[in-house]
Design a protein around this ligand. Sequence first.
Ligand code: ATP
Length: 257
Amino acid sequence: MTVLTTQNLRARYGGVEVLHGVDLAIEEGEIVALLGANGAGKTTLLRAICRQVDSSGAITLDGTRIDKMTTARVARLGIGHVPEGRGTFTELTVEENLRLGILARPRPVRATANEDLNLINETFPVLHEMRGRQAGALSGGQAQMLAVARALLARPRLLLVDEPSLGLAPLTTLELFNRFQSLRDAWSLTILLAEQNARLSLRVADRAVVLTRGRVSLEGPAADLQDHDALRAAYLGEAPSAPADRPFPSTRGALDD
Ligand code: ATP
């Protein structure tokens, strides 16, 4: 079942267009890594999906058009967003932050709030240990886990996570990514993970989509993208240099036009 689609999605800041017609389809339960160099448009794509930037084109969530809706409405429909730079309430305790996540959940899943909180505490034991601490006193990695856990407690249908590795050690990042996998399995969660760190995100993603200057330049199964020349080329905006006998799956036209 397809959870999210975008068709000819264009987004702009003022008069400047930075997404030039992005087509995506994300299936239920997938972890999709959204890769690309600095300024490729990853953050803007996540913002467009949760209606935070001026955009045109069609976006659907479970078949319903959401591209004319407000950010609050798409959140209620089940899109969770962990923005770059985390977004926890630093004056509140860890536990209060998590409770805010629970308050944001839709009515049908309110009954399972305690059960879900237990799973989150098992998945992120450090948050449970630090539940009485102010969020502002957490380390970068702990704060990132709290931001993700809070978004998860709203039980989103689709979780958009922006650059979670920023400022984290590779091992902490990998630990966080492994938790995405275990919660995806427990809750059939669908995750779109915007990351510059291709190596780490490809280890947990099922599929990857590469943006180059506001366009999808490459997509395919994560396993096929690891160590592939075409991935490097897409980052650098070069033509792919994959040998002809090892064609890249679903390479979409020129990388740089
Ligand atoms: P990074 O990995 O560096 O965060 P990104 O792939 O997430 O990059 P975006 O942040 O989406 O890229 O930026 C895409 C383009 O839009 C860039 O050229 C950037 O300068 C521009 N841009 C981003 N935010 C704004 C803004 N608020 N106002 C104007 N231009 C912006």
